[in-house]
Write a protein of this length. Sequence first.
Length: 261
Amino acid sequence: MLSHNQIKYINSLKIKKYRQSHNAFFVEGEKGVSELLNSSMKPLKLFALSEWLQNNSSQIDQKNIEWQEITEAELKKISDLVTPNQVLAVAELPQTHIPAPVVSSGMALMLDGIRDPGNMGTILRTADWFGIRTIICSGDSVDVFNPKVVQATMGSFARVSIYYTDLIEYIKKLNSNIPIFGALLEGPDITQKTFTNAGIILIGSESHGISKQLIPYVNEPIHIPRISFPGGDNNAESLNASVANGIICYEICKQLYKNNF
């Protein structure tokens, strides 16, 4: 049976300052917990229904993880989901405020003021899909270990490396020939541009796009054109940040793949 203190502790991890003070976060659902257990992250304890424990007993024993059987009613008391899903795992909080590696090759994402948990989770999931493992975030971006972000990643949180830092100071450390791709209205059409080198994809905030201070550092501006089927209307003012990220990642990674194989 879950104690009052256990319920209070797990629910406190829904708030950033308590995640930081306890150095812990939680993951919910079969998919997310499975990815956690198969990653290098450190699980601290599992809280699960009897059925899940029986189906995953060999993995639990192999990894020597502390666990506790709970009921559906107890799971609802600690869950952040409308419909809780069998298991919740508390894990050690990875370090994200350590110095970010200076990118010299390969692709990385740079996120400038992404505050919506759903957008952040989708961006991480998209990065994982395209094999982009380094994510560099501004200090005012949402915490990636917010339960809603973790859930939206569908397990990708366990396969990417996330760092929070001052973006301008980070860019200043880069070699000047590293491409920094950023979506700007005056940039060339992304569908007509040729991409030959990997670099950093800079995604701006949902409300304001790339901040004015960062725009001068975008040395590879791009623009996603409005395209509609014949007779169709396209009157939206802008694209969602996670959607724009998906389009940019697809076009750049597609060309780089073709150029190398």
